[in-house]
Write a new protein. Structure first.
Length: 152
């Protein structure tokens, strides 16, 4: 990811109905941290492009005080570009990079809301399994669902 990718990523996130306005603020902070110091930010960001336009991105990083555990924080594909294998390619690239960096476990957190059903199916299809559900975590009747995938 480069600084010139940021406006496209932010526009893509704004056009993705699953993301709430407060989540966009956090996404931008993470992107800025990465762009300001990619080596020490703790984040890794990969982008997917089509005809020189950003159509997706994934952000991941190590989980502090663990040996080989990683979080996949953000994954988004332009709504107009979904179902074309972009998300799958981004996840595969992130998993390959994490494996290269001696990662052994990836966690993904998401919402239980019906609007996230497609997201949950996507992760299950990539081999992630639900390992935890925390009731009413985000809000009443909005549970946190944690997925896991072991890489080694």
């Amino acid at each position: 990811m480069t600084g010139t990718d940021k406006p496209d990523i932010m526009r893509m996130l704004q056009n993705t109905p699953e993301f709430e306005p407060e989540e966009l603020v956090v996404a931008e902070e993470v992107i800025d941290d990465y762009l300001n110091d990619p080596v020490n930010s703790g984040y890794y960001i990969l982008v997917a492009e089509n005809d020189a336009s950003v159509v997706g991105y994934v952000c991941y990083g190590t989980i502090p005080m663990t040996r080989g555990s990683w979080d996949m924080y953000w994954l988004a594909v332009d709504p107009a570009q979904q179902t074309r294998g972009i998300g799958k390619a981004l996840v595969s690239a992130a998993e390959e990079d994490i494996t290269t960096r001696k990662g052994r476990l990836i966690l993904i957190e998401t919402s239980s809301q019906p609007g996230y059903e497609k997201t949950r199916r996507f992760h299950k299809a990539r081999g992630y399994e639900i390992i935890c559900r925390i009731a009413d975590f985000y809000a009443p009747n909005d549970d946190k669902i944690i997925f896991q995938k072991r890489l080694s």
